[in-house]
Design a protein around this ligand. Sequence first.
Ligand SMILES: [Zn+2]
Length: 233
Amino acid sequence: MGYLYDIWDDFLSLLFPRHCYACGNHLLRNENLICTHCYISIPRTNYHIIPDNPVEQLFWGRCPIYKAAAFSFYSKGSRIRKLIHNLKYRGIKDIGAELGRIYGQSLRSSGFTYGIDVIIPVPLHPSKQRKRGFNQSEYISMGLSEVTGLPLDLKSFTRIASSETQTKRSRYERWKNVEGIFAVTDYERLKGKHILLVDDVITTGSTLDACAGELLKIEDVKVSVVALAISVQ
Ligand SMILES: [Zn+2]
């Protein structure tokens, strides 16, 4: 039966070849979304095992983040950039979940997630979410939740206003621009919790800063941060 299934599977992949979303090469039967070569070649920051790493340093003097890390480096032509583009702009949501699972394994086995109570994705503005149809950080969070066993909370924290386009603004202007656009909707539920905030790419850190700033108003709360990538020049 397994043999027949394999033949059928090979036949289907001839008719409908699946491609790696990072390099475009054909995927083998046991590969999912990303080919083995790309999976191995994506550079890992390993920041989750490095105290005072560059992601943590980004928040120094701005926001008391408990610990922070990013999976890879976001740069022009990088595999992770291609994957995140396919996730966000072509709506291949499974990429978010798959990368979340891959990163979640490292976070769990290294002990990074020890003591964390709940996972919260950075919320998208409702109008943007309607337009895109989904929040990419939610899918990354689902993958993280699946392999770490940590619960996902999509209800207690929300976005209340849209930030204008950020690209032409200075770091200070961006920081000012995101202030006051996130809100906690259920203080009781998050009281005393260690929250893992999840984003796709960290650039200036201003969005995460604004989120953490709101979350840290909750009594006895700790906030840690992870993202799929940190932007590098
Ligand atoms: Zn590939």
